[in-house]
Design a binder for this molecule. Structure first.
Ligand code: GLY
Length: 411
């Protein structure tokens, strides 16, 4: 099935949303390319929704003259330290062998420097390790064992990042997918086939019941069972990105993640790739991504957005254009795009910002959000290119609505 005209928000609507929702309340302070919308407030910090609780502290720090990268790192360190956030740092969902491997990168606008680490084990604050690479080496990126050894040499403590909570979800995935895993054919393979089991197959109730029994046997507490089953069916790529802009117009960004859940060991996604997971240009702005890393790498999403803004697009238009490139890579084939998701967080140097996503949310009740602090702390729904919610790869039909409501299956 191809994407119909109806599936897209029209450019005209996008344009008006861009003007109406973002960049209000501030007169122009910087020369901007022709066609750019009015600017927003400064200072300002934008991030993925899971950074919301850490924005207040970082905003105060920024407002008091703190460095923009330090401010952004204060935000992402929160979820990295939080064992309950299973998308980042300590407690992140592991690879297929049950080992947590983390990726991160950062860019410091004022000094035009970058640092990055990929596939790091045993060190929870990889965003800070990326900064250490930037500050204390002549390199930009370190990976794997070398990155871990560098971190230890710089004084980072080694610790076991696999919490009991994440280990049990991994065990559930392991037991359920005795034959299915991340080995090919992948989504981009010409031989890829959508799942054999149709979304409303009568086999689904039985499958879900089996999963619920397994979850109980593994000892996953009833209150976490439903989300554990969901993560096994739709392995998430949860991540956090943050960009911070100060009063003077200095800007920085960083992105950190435990990457795609149950990935092949050694798989590195978009988050540590400068230009994909994060890109900051002191002359233009900063952008970052959460979502399907493989897809974002192929469109160099964050860099594409910055270049789009450099050439006059608003933050919203720039983000939407990057999303359309992902759609183009699959020739608008909805049988593939339904397994992809992507959210971009875009901040222009004048304080105008946008949060855009391929789909409206991960599930209908969990819309994608951008968290913002410009003196007023808030979380706003992103503007979606496609209507509906995503199912991230690997492909499984959605849990039928009646089963989702029927908690007996999932308790
Ligand atoms: N965006 C995170 C990942 O794909 O690893």
């Amino acid at each position: 099935m191809s994407v119909s005209r109806r599936d897209f928000l029209t450019t005209a609507v996008v344009g008006s949303l861009s003007f109406g929702l973002h960049g209000q309340g501030r007169e122009e302070q910087e020369p901007r390319p022709a066609g750019a919308q009015a600017g927003g407030k400064r200072p300002i910090i934008v991030c993925a929704g899971n950074g919301y609780n850490y924005l207040d502290d970082a905003y105060k720090f920024l407002k008091n003259g703190g460095d923009t990268l330090e401010a952004a790192l204060r935000v992402v360190k929160g979820p990295e330290d939080d064992p309950k956030d299973d998308s980042v740092g300590l407690g992140g969902l592991p690879n297929e062998e049950g080992v947590v491997e983390l990726d991160a990168c950062c860019m410091h606008g004022p000094t035009r420097r970058a640092g990055s680490v990929g596939g790091v084990r045993n060190i929870k604050n990889v965003s800070l390790v990326a900064k250490a690479v930037m500050e204390h080496t002549g390199h930009v990126m370190l990976v794997g064992e070398g990155a871990e050894r560098f971190a230890v040499a710089r004084g980072f403590a080694r610790e076991n990042l696999l919490t009991e909570h994440s280990r049990k979800i991994w065990m559930l995935w392991k037991e359920y997918h005795s034959t299915d895993d991340w080995w090919g054919p992948g989504l981009a393979d010409p031989h890829f086939q959508p799942p054999a089991l149709p979304p409303h197959s009568e086999l689904w109730p039985e499958r879900l019941r089996k999963l619920a029994e397994m979850a109980s046997g593994i000892g996953i507490e009833p209150e976490f069972r439903q989300s554990a089953i969901w993560k096994v069916l739709f392995p998430p790529t949860g991540t956090i990105h943050c960009s911070a802009l100060n009063e003077k117009g200095e800007i920085s960004g960083c992105t950190t993640t435990s990457g795609l859940a149950f990935k092949l060991p050694g798989r590195v996604g978009d988050s540590p790739i400068i230009a994909a997971g994060c890109y900051t240009d002191q002359d233009v702005g900063s952008a970052g991504a959460t979502g399907s890393g493989e897809e974002n790498i192929k469109v160099a999403g964050a860099h594409t957005i910055i270049e789009n803004m450099r050439h006059g697009m608003s933050p919203l238009e720039a983000g939407m254009d990057a999303l359309k490139r992902i759609v183009r890579n699959y020739n608008s084939d909805m049988n593939k795009l339904r397994f992809v998701d992507m959210t971009y967080y875009v901040l222009r140097k004048d304080g105008a910002y946008a949060g855009v996503s391929l789909w409206e949310g991960y599930t209908p009740d969990k819309p994608h959000k951008i968290a913002v602090h410009d003196g007023n702390l808030r979380a706003e729904k992103t503007v979606a290119l496609l209507k509906g919610s995503s199912q991230e790869f690997p492909p499984f039909p959605p849990i039928p609505e009646d089963l989702k409501k029927d908690s007996e299956y999932l308790k």
